[in-house]
Design a protein around this ligand. Structure first.
Ligand code: MG
Length: 337
């Protein structure tokens, strides 16, 4: 469950492991590691009940919601909970919770309670992210989390980057999309190993998914791990995956005010790539204004204007990666010595 928008990731799977939810509880498969799963659970139940509930659990948790609302909801959902998976876990799921970020309310749940639920989810994510970061640091792998709207050109940018850098350093990719493994296939066509995570109804990757995915990609010292997040400028901003940097990709076919409209993402990023610069002559996009907007949101943001199609500006990105990957490798070597 996304603590931001309330979307579910119960149907998430990693490269063909159907039914492997990667964020909340990992039903249906054995973990070698222990999760800090205690699921604080406050059950917001936003009533109005959009309630996707692709999953089916037994709900034995202690709802404290007071239900003073008028309940005319027509239940377009059938709520029969047919359990497409047989989870044996006894932890309580957090559905309905979240929704607290950014001023979302749930009737019957106090603001304090909502804040504590949100804090709980994000702190669990942060625990996984810290473990991922430690693992990557120890391995000497430089990890980037690419975030953007759908269609900004992240995969094309990765393909070009891999083609340019594959002789220089080992590269692995984790792809996140709601459905299909199209992007992982595009990456594999370059010869780089790629693992696809499908988040189902989920709108972002979380650190728990990445913890599993790290078992499935080669982590070589001096290498780069690209994580292409689900196309979404909102929720991925809140979820640290353990990356060294978030890289926000914005394209010239979007509005130059995107950084102002979605400030959290640009505040969370360390580098912004303004992609599709080859289209600038055909558009009314004001690249200068876009940069000003981005820097207003995040004065420390580095920016580059690039075209994954023509290659314009890409060398600066390659150099940025190479310098940092080699520093990560050197730090791992020093720590291991
Ligand atoms: Mg893509």
């Amino acid at each position: 469950m996304c603590s931001v928008c309330g979307c579910a990731t119960d149907a998430a799977r990693i490269d063909g492991h159907v039914g492997e939810p990667a964020n909340a509880g990992a039903q249906g498969h054995d973990h070698g590691h222990d999760h800090p799963h205690d699921h604080g659970h406050g059950h917001g139940h936003g009533h109005g009940h959009g309630h996707g509930h692709g999953h089916g659990h037994e709900h034995e948790h202690e709802h404290e919601h007071e239900h003073e609302h008028e309940h005319e909801h027509e239940h377009e959902h059938e709520h029969e909970h047919e359990h497409e998976h047989e989870h044996e876990h006894e932890h309580e799921h957090r559905h309905g919770d979240g929704r607290a970020l950014h001023g979302v309310h749930a009737p019957g749940v106090s603001a304090e309670r909502m804040v504590s639920i949100e804090r709980d989810i994000l702190s669990k994510n942060n625990a996984y992210a810290a473990a991922n970061r430690a693992r990557l640091r120890e391995a000497g792998v430089f990890a980037l989390n690419l975030v953007s709207s759908p269609g900004s050109g992240k995969t094309s940018l990765l393909v070009r980057t891999i083609e340019a850098l594959r002789e220089r350093l080992p590269i692995a990719v984790i792809e996140g999309d709601q459905q299909t493994s199209n992007d992982a296939q595009r990456i594999r066509a370059t010869g780089a190993p790629a693992l696809q995570i499908n988040t189902g109804r989920g709108c972002h990757l979380d650190a728990h998914m990445i913890a599993h995915a790290l078992d499935g990609v080669p982590l070589e010292r001096g290498g780069v791990l690209f994580i292409e997040n689900v196309g979404n400028l909102v929720c991925p901003a809140s979820f640290d995956l353990g990356e060294a940097h978030k890289v926000a990709v914005l394209s010239t076919t979007e509005g130059e005010d995107k950084p102002l409209k979605y400030p959290d993402m640009f505040a969370a990023a360390d580098l912004m790539l303004l992609n599709k610069s080859d289209l600038l002559p055909h558009l009314e996009f004001d690249a200068q204004a876009c940069m000003v907007n981005a820097l207003r949101v995040n004065p420390r943001l580095q920016t580059m204007v690039v075209s994954a199609r023509s290659g314009e500006g890409m060398q600066a990105f390659y150099d940025w990666i190479l310098a940092r990957a080699s520093a990560a490798a050197a730090a791992a070597a020093a720590a291991a010595a």
